[in-house]
Design a protein around this ligand. Structure first.
Ligand SMILES: Nc1ncnc2c1ncn2[C@@H]1O[C@H](COP(=O)(O)OP(=O)(O)OP(=O)(O)O)[C@@H](O)[C@H]1O
Ligand SMILES: [Mg+2]
Length: 196
């Protein structure tokens, strides 16, 4: 199978390709559809949960989003990637992130939209899983918003005419550019993008 990676995506290692669960999938387009369906099931599960700011929820959500797709669903990566922290620190950093965000919400350290965007960025920055980090961290931010009685982010969907997030489209470029600004601690573009 030949995989085409959009800009800013994490390439799968060869061993990871062996870890695909559905045996009939041979095309990237088939995989995309299969994953999207699995993710919807995960989302339905997530909407019924109460406590989301725990390392256990972070892992279980990833599991529920990818459990019919990847054998490593819900398992933290144990390899280095071109993005993300040293994998040894993932469990500690996820716990710290959850604690920090709980504190930020309690004390309204930033407004809620900014807390959610910072949360999203720090989660993809940690890059806890071998794949699916972007989609998982977008849903985590959305769940945080909804728990605090905000509508979820649209993540560029209002600009649908210029593409989607999954391929190399102008929307994807805007998203990755906004993340790079967030890497430099400037969150304005990412907040704007998430609400666009
Ligand atoms: N410079 C960056 N800083 C922070 N996060 C980044 C940066 N570049 C890419 N990312 C994040 O990494 C994600 C890609 O990681 P991964 O492939 O694990 O997730 P994914 O859900 O499969 O992503 P996608 O479907 O968007 O490619 C991007 O969607 C984005 O959220
Ligand atoms: Mg990916």
């Amino acid at each position: 199978m030949k995989f085409i990676y959009p800009e800013g995506a994490t390439p799968l290692a060869h061993e990871e390709l062996q870890e695909l669960i559905p045996p009939h999938i041979t095309l990237q387009s088939e995989l995309n559809l299969w994953e999207q369906n699995n993710i919807l099931l995960g989302e339905q599960w997530a909407l019924r949960q109460r406590e989301i700011l725990t390392d256990q929820f972070v892992q279980t959500l990833h599991y529920k989003m990818f459990d019919q797709t990847w054998k490593w669903a819900g398992i933290y990566r144990q390899t280095g990637k071109n993005i993300g922290i040293d994998w040894h620190f993932i469990p500690t950093e996820i716990r710290r992130l959850c604690d920090d965000v709980r504190y930020q919400i309690e004390h309204q350290s930033y407004d809620t939209l900014e807390i959610a965007v910072r949360f999203h960025h720090r989660l993809v920055w940690i890059h806890p899983f071998p794949n699916g980090n972007g989609r998982h961290a977008r849903l985590m931010a959305d769940l945080l918003l909804m728990q605090n009685n905000f509508p979820r982010f649209s993540w560029g969907q209002k600009q649908m005419k210029i593409g989607n997030l999954y391929e190399t489209t102008p929307i994807r470029k805007l998203y990755i550019q906004a993340l790079r600004e967030a890497d430099q601690h400037d969150y304005a573009a990412l907040i704007k993008f998430a609400m666009s």
